[in-house]
Design a protein around this ligand. Sequence first.
Ligand code: FAD
Ligand code: DHB
Length: 392
Amino acid sequence: MQTSVAIIGAGPAGLLLGHILAQAGVPFVILERSSREHVLGRIRAGVLEQGSVDIVASLGLDANLRERGLEHGGIHLQYEGERRHVDFRELVGRTVTVYGQQALVTDMLAEHERLGSDIVFDASDVSPRGTDGADPVVGYTRDGIRHELHSDFVVGADGYHGICRPSLPSRSLTTYERSYPFAWLGILADVAPSTDDLIYALHPDGFAMHSMRSRRVSRLYLQVEPDASIDDWSDERIWDGLQTRLGVDGWTLEQGPITEKSITPMRSFVTSTLSSGRLFLVGDAGHIVPPTGAKGLNSAIADVALLGRALLEQRAGDDAPLASYSDQALARQWQVQHFSQWMTEMLHVHHEVPDAAARAFRYRSQVGQLEYVTGSQHAMASLAEQYAGLPF
Ligand code: FAD
Ligand code: DHB
């Protein structure tokens, strides 16, 4: 089998790159390890930067997003019982849109199926080779039969646990990472959101956040211990925790049936390069951020926009954008890394610090930071500019 671009992974990054190539008439094949149902069932991120929305729209994939996406002109930052609004529209003239990653993946897959795109689900033992030469090959097994896919380029859109990053020559690779002493417990609940804009709250018990998926479905998160088990968090304990941490005078959190709950570890991770020869990494395959600030999905989209354009320019005879893809994507990514780490440190409680005085000092200085951030036009504008999204 022969194609132009072999894409490994049918997450948001792989599916979006497929659409950029499809629109330009460039042949591609997407190889996905999981089943179609599994890909459609994953509930993850929820906030799209304005630039992400623009790209989805430019590919004509925004019919549902326009109808069901919830545009937000700001967020609430909460601490010490105070809820302060940061108005993105007023500060930087930009907005974000709440639209679940799951919905975006569903839309992109439906359009691929309408176009008849070549997507192979349940592909096991996917293994790229020869990517430093002129004829890369990706081997994979489907229904017990081994296949070989020859291509001009291989794109690793296979997430943090994928096969492509480990396939980069180790001599060219340094990894930078840090973990955090907390995790997020996330729920979906069948209840109308109790807030207009998203709430990010620092509370002595830990961080909490109120997001949403629609006018009838709420998405909420709680900071929990990094080794917390979902079995220890009954629905009642979750609602109590949310009520306490998100509560302010005169406001109550409406509760409803919880339809999904899971715990996500938090990590910052970046590889020193996103390319080697004819292999390119996009999205979580190359970098991970802690979720505070909603940058994971948006970073994947930003990479794909850049790489998609570079692949098209290469076909038109200009190799330079492809050669500079890794440097350009990483330059943007490091700014995003800083923002995500900054939001995370500002809003989470370091329960693990053994010394009570040091713990209290840290907490009080976070409150000071939040007072500054919500009191200074300059600080608020900086937060708004980064949250609504750096240029692609
Ligand atoms: P992925 O979505 O991981 O897609 C990779 C695809 O590659 C998957 O379909 C996988 O099955 C496939 N694959 C993997 N290995 C192979 C292989 N060897 N062969 C073939 N296919 C393979 N971000 C936020 O901004 N906010 C959030 O609230 C948030 N919550 C998250 C919760 C969880 C549990 C996780 C894991 C991530 C979360 N993220 C969140 C991050 C965000 O979802 C990711 O940044 C985004 O999914 C990245 O998209 P991607 O396409 O690069 O990778
Ligand atoms: C959501 C997730 C985030 O990480 C975030 O910062 C905001 C919203 C969400 O899932 O809705």
